[in-house]
Design a protein around this ligand. Structure first.
Ligand SMILES: Nc1nc2c(ncn2[C@@H]2O[C@H](COP(=O)(O)OP(=O)(O)OP(=O)(O)O)[C@@H](O)[C@H]2O)c(=O)[nH]1
Length: 428
C-alpha cells in the first residue's frame, strides 16, 4: 500500500482511496498500466455483477408461476450485458479499447436498455424501443468515429455515458407520472434507478472533477475505471436488494390475495370476509351496519339446462352487479356455492333494502351470455342489522333465516328483519 502524504481536498481523498484500495502496482500514479494480475483483479467486479444477474434469474425461476415477474429476466440481462462489457474492457489496452469501442458500446447500450425494459416492465410502462434504437445508432456512430477515425477516448466516454443515461431514463417519465404503489420500497426502487441514470450521464464529468490529473489516454487504466467499477457494483448490489425485497413483497401480497379471494368471482371468501369485517366493525364511525345474505333462485336448473360454464358466468355477473351497487368500504363476499354476503357500512335497514332493490333491478335488465334471450336469474335476500363485532355471527344467522323465509315465500323477494325494523334496532 502506498500513501503520498495527506491528500488535499475531496478530490485528493477520492484519489487516495482509489490508490489504497488497489494492489501496489496501481500506486505508481494514474498513468500506470495494470499488471496482468491487476487486470484479473479488475474482473472481480464484473464477476460479482454476473452473480447478481444469476441471482435474479434464479429468483425468476422460483417465481415463474407468479404473474408479472418477467421483468427480473430483463434486469438480469441488463446486469449480464453490462458486466460482460466491463469485464472485457478491463482486459483491453488503450489501442484495443478504441478498436473495440463500437462492440463494447453495443454491450453497454444493450445492458442499459434491458435495465430500462426491466424497470418499465415492472410498472407496466414502455421503455420506448424506437427512441432507444435511435439513441443507440447515434451513440454507436459517434463511438465508431471517435474510435476509428479520430482516437478521442474522452469524447467517446461522454457520448457513451450520455447515451446509457438517456436510455435508462426513457421509461422514467411514464413511471413517475402514473399513480404507482406509494410504499417506501417501491419509491426507493424508482428513485435509485433514476439517480443511477442521472449519475451515468454525468459520470465522466463527475469523476474527472473528483480524480485529479487524468488525461484522455490514461482513463482505462486509472482511478476513473476503478470508480466506474465500484459505482456499478454498489448500484447493482443496492438495486438487487431493493428488487428482491419488492419481489418478495409482491409474492406475499399475491399469496394473501389468493388466500382471500374466490377464484371464480374475485370476491372475498368467507375467511377474508370475517377477517375484514372485524376491522370494519371495530371502527364505530363506520356504523350503523347491515348484513345482507343473497342466494340465487333455482341455480341448479341453470347448470342443468345451460351447462356449468353458463352457471359460472351467472355467478360472475351477479358478483359484478353486487360490486357495482355497493359503496367503497362495503364488503362483498361469496360464501360458497351460490350464496353471497354483503356487509354495508353507514347503512340503516332501509338503506340496505334499497341497495338490494337496485341489485335486483340491474339483474332484471341485464342479459347473461349463454342464457337464452330474455331469461333472467333472480336472487332472494335476507337483511339484518349488525350491532357489534360480537353480534356479527348472530346477524348472519338471522339474515340467513330471513333468506330461507324469502325462498319459502316463493323466491325472488327480500325479507328484512321486521322486529329490528319495528324496534328501530340498528347499531349506534
Ligand atoms: N356453475 C357453478 N355451479 C355451482 C357452483 N357452486 C355451486 N354450484 C351449483 O349450485 C347449485 C345449487 O343448487 P341448490 O342448492 O339445489 O339451490 P338452487 O337450485 O339454487 O335452489 P334454491 O336455492 O332453493 O332456489 C348446485 O347445482 C351446485 O352444483 C359454481 O361455482 N359454479
Amino acid at each position: 500500500m502506498c500513501l503520498w502524504g495527506w491528500p488535499h481536498g475531496l478530490s485528493g481523498w477520492v484519489a487516495a482511496l482509489g490508490y489504497t484500495c488497489l494492489p501496489s502496482s496501481f500506486c505508481a500514479g494514474p498513468a500506470s498500466v495494470f499488471s496482468l494480475p491487476d487486470r484479473y483483479f479488475a474482473l472481480l467486479v464484473p464477476l460479482c455483477v454476473l452473480l447478481l444477474a444469476a441471482a435474479l434469474v434464479v429468483c425468476w425461476g422460483v417465481l415463474r408461476q407468479q404473474r408479472q415477474q418477467r421483468y427480473l429476466l430483463w434486469l438480469a440481462a441488463g446486469y449480464a450485458l453490462s458486466a460482460i462489457g466491463l469485464g472485457w474492457q478491463s482486459l483491453l489496452d488503450s489501442a484495443q479499447f478504441a478498436f473495440w469501442a463500437p462492440v463494447t458500446g453495443v454491450l453497454y447500450l444493450g445492458g442499459a436498455w434491458s435495465l430500462a425494459r426491466g424497470i418499465a416492465g415492472r410498472y407496466g410502462k414502455s421503455a420506448h424501443p424506437r427512441t432507444a434504437l435511435l439513441i443507440a445508432m447515434v451513440v454507436l456512430a459517434a463511438l465508431y468515429y471517435y474510435g476509428h477515425v479520430q482516437d478521442r477516448l474522452l469524447v467517446r466516454m461522454h457520448w457513451l455515458n450520455a447515451g446509457l443515461g438517456l436510455m435508462q431514463i426513457l421509461p422514467m417519465r411514464g413511471i413517475l407520472r402514473s399513480q404507482l404503489p406509494g410504499n417506501r420500497l417501491e419509491r426507493a426502487l424508482r428513485m435509485s434507478f433514476l439517480l443511477f441514470a442521472c449519475y451515468t450521464m454525468v459520470r465522466p464529468l463527475l469523476i474527472m472533477l473528483l480524480v485529479p490529473g487524468l488525461q484522455g489516454n490514461d482513463i482505462p487504466r486509472s482511478g476513473y475505471w476503478l470508480i466506474t467499477l465500484a459505482g456499478t457494483l454498489l448500484f447493482a448490489l443496492w438495486f438487487t436488494m431493493l428488487v428482491v425485497a419488492c419481489t418478495v413483497r409482491d409474492v406475499f401480497a399475491q399469496l394473501h390475495e389468493e388466500r382471500s379471494r374466490d377464484p371464480l368471482t374475485r370476491l372475498l371468501n368467507r375467511r377474508a370476509f370475517m377477517e375484514t369485517a372485524e376491522g370494519v366493525l371495530r371502527d364505530r364511525r363506520s356504523g350503523p351496519w347491515a348484513v345482507v345474505v343473497g342466494d340465487i333462485d333455482h341455480f341448479k336448473q341453470v347448470n342443468d339446462n345451460w351447462g356449468h360454464a353458463c352457471g359460472d358466468r351467472v355467478l360472475q355477473q351477479i358478483s359484478l352487479v353486487l360490486q357495482q351497487q355497493v359503496r367503497q368500504g362495503d364488503l362483498v363476499a361469496r360464501f360458497g356455492g351460490e350464496e353471497f354476503v354483503l356487509l354495508l357500512q353507514r347503512a340503516s335497514l332501509l338503506d340496505a333494502e334499497s341497495v338490494v332493490q337496485r341489485v335486483r333491478q340491474q339483474l332484471d335488465s341485464s342479459d347473461v351470455p349463454g342464457l337464452p334471450n330474455g331469461r333472467r336469474v333472480t336472487v332472494s335476500f335476507g337483511i339484518a342489522p349488525v350491532q357489534s363485532l360480537e353480534h356479527l355471527s348472530k346477524a348472519l344467522s338471522r339474515a340467513d333465516a330471513l333468506l330461507y323465509e324469502a325462498k319459502q315465500a316463493g323466491r325472488n323477494r327480500v325479507r328484512v328483519d321486521a322486529e329490528a325494523q319495528a324496534a328501530g334496532m340498528v347499531a349506534p
